[in-house]
Design a protein around this ligand. Structure first.
Ligand SMILES: C[C@H](O)[C@@H](O)[C@@H](O)C(=O)CO
Length: 545
């Protein structure tokens, strides 16, 4: 073990498992580390990188759990340590080492949308929270702004950063109208009594320890996992006929959806890749039906990615009520006229939330199509109508067409970026329509299931601004421009315990507040500790939904 030096900060950076992603994103990491190092040195400290650049791999990320463990074995566990992120990373690469690290831990990301670095850091924060490892977290555009410097200074001198969390209100300590409370609780009691099945196609995705709900916690909510295998999904795909796949595709074409097909499999989306996705869509519904699943999650990123095309088109369709009909081998229509809520990247926290929301919204007489997005980035935006911090919610491939401006006709399928998705497959992409949403996140903290939720507004930005935001991030993925009511950027970043955020539309603003209160009561009834975030009208108009 290397003995730490006084006044020295250790720096580690976790990366992807995929060599192509690590190589592609490495220049952004170098730039970020240089800026971060300058900021730390300006405050009189030295920075020592705890692992070197690999000249053979052509990047300097930790790219496996074992590598992370070995690096942590060789450092002084009492030294202050920064995990610096500017790319999407697998948290388990560093989680093992961080579990035994005793010195102060700070996670830092650059405020950039270029690669999912903020997303990677938020995932690590969720994992550290679930693992009950103390940490602080900071973010910055160029590492010279006052918020960042003050936070860094505080961390260097006390080992902690304090945040303004005045936007958070405990559900338990606040009253909501009796009627909303009753509606939420009655719904939740019925769900818990019937019990529901969450079909998990290979648990755990890309090191997202935070996304796995321990069975002991989950069972208390009335949710139970059916552990399914992606091998079975692939086998079931082989059983789907070409005609069945063609009829799904034809249905989508009839709805006016655009497929940006080319011919070069390695870099372009092809018609064959889309048909393979249509087979996966049919196979997923058949397996879900075999096991009577109420919701399913396909992991894709490990295992299935080496065999077949991306699952995104499938995921977006499953999350939509109006979707191509699928029949069992005996001719029964499966999940007719219903969504089969899908949790991307087998994020079980999103699965619990997604199903509950879908069913509750139906009960309240609304359409409950919902999805998770990554919290990818955001910037202040101002024009004649809008003046606020507009988050860029983006997910790696799919959102339900019901969320998009012009539905299916506003949706397109673009080839998944080759550095993440070697075998291609298309996304289900569109621009989320303006309107009011309830946002939420279920997470594990202090050994308990907890949930943050609030009200937001999706805004329509001018085409050029949407395109600019897409071009600054990943233009192949679906986008939502969201304004979160009463929560500023730094409050959100300090508080949020996951890379993902769940979103569902309400009919109008008062309806969103009412639905948010009812959902909070339902979650509370399931035994989940609930926190309102930002401006949620706790008194509200009744019967506004
Ligand atoms: C393709 C990438 O790995 C994505 O899967 C990643 O950015 C995420 O979406 C993480 O939630």
């Amino acid at each position: 073990m290397r003995q730490g030096k006084q006044g020295e900060i250790l720096l580690v950076s976790s990366g992807d498992l995929r060599l192509s992603a690590n190589q592609n994103c490495w220049p952004a990491q170098i730039e970020m580390e240089e800026q971060l190092t300058t900021a730390i040195e300006n405050l009189g400290w030295k920075v020592e990188r705890a692992h070197a650049y690999h000249s053979d791999k052509k990047h300097g990320f930790i790219d496996s759990q074992r590598m992370g463990m070995d690096i942590f074995r060789n450092i002084d566990p009492n030294q202050p340590l920064i995990v610096a992120e500017s790319v999407w990373q697998y948290s388990h690469h560093v989680l093992a080492g961080l579990t035994t690290h005793k010195g102060p831990i700070l996670t830092v990301a650059n405020w950039s949308g270029q690669w999912p670095g903020l997303v990677g850091m938020l995932n690590l924060n969720g994992c550290l929270t679930k693992a009950q490892i103390p940490y602080s977290t900071l973010w910055s555009e160029n590492f010279t702004d006052q918020f960042f410097i003050d936070g860094l200074q505080e961390w260097l001198s006390t080992g902690k950063v304090s945040y303004d969390q005045s936007h958070v209100k405990s559900f338990a300590l606040n009253k909501i109208p009796l009627r909303d409370d009753k509606t939420g609780r009655t719904f939740a009691r019925a769900l818990k009594e019937r019990k529901v099945i969450m079909g998990v196609f290979d648990e755990g995705c890309m090191g997202m320890y935070n996304a796995i709900i321990p069975d002991e916690l989950l069972h208390k909510t009335g949710f139970f996992k059916e552990r399914l295998s992606q091998s079975a999904l692939y086998a079931a795909m082989l059983d789907v006929t070409q005609e069945e796949a063609e009829s799904v595709l034809q249905w989508l074409l009839n709805k006016g959806m655009t497929f940006n097909w080319g011919t070069h499999e390695a870099t372009e989306l092809t018609r064959n890749q889309t048909l393979e996705q249509c087979k996966m869509y049919i196979a997923a519904l058949r397996i879900a039906d075999d096991f009577s699943c109420d919701t399913i999650g396909i992991q894709y990123q490990q295992g299935l990615k080496d065999l077949t095309v991306a699952s995104d088109l499938v995921e977006g369709l499953l999350n939509n009520e109006d979707r191509p009909p699928v029949f069992s081998k005996s001719g029964k229509e499966l999940y007719a006229k219903k969504a089969l809520p899908h949790f991307n990247e087998v994020d079980e926290c999103a699965g619990l939330d997604g199903l509950l929301t879908y069913l509750l919204w139906k009960e309240l007489g609304m359409t409950g199509e919902n999805t998770l997005h990554d919290i990818r980035w955001g910037e202040h935006y101002q024009d004649g109508n809008i003046n606020g911090f507009i988050w860029l919610f983006l997910i790696s491939g799919a959102a339900p067409p019901a969320h998009f401006i012009n539905g299916y006709a506003g949706a397109s399928s673009d080839r998944q970026p080759a550095m993440y998705f070697r075998l291609g497959g298309g996304t289900l992409k569109g621009i989320s329509k303006p309107g009011f949403i309830v946002w939420s996140r279920v997470y594990v903290m202090d050994g308990k299931l907890q949930c943050d939720l609030g009200v937001g507004e999706v805004v329509a930005l001018p085409v050029e601004e949407t395109d600019r935001r897409w071009n600054e991030t990943t233009p192949e993925w679906p986008i939502m421009h969201a304004l979160l009511k009463g929560v500023n950027r730094d409050q959100m970043m300090a508080r949020h315990k996951a890379n993902h955020i769940q979103v569902v539309y309400a009919k109008h603003e008062t309806g969103a507040h009412e639905a948010c209160r009812i959902k909070a009561a339902a979650l509370d009834e399931l035994g989940i500790k609930v926190h309102f975030c930002g401006d949620v009208d706790l008194i509200g108009k009744r019967n506004s939904i």
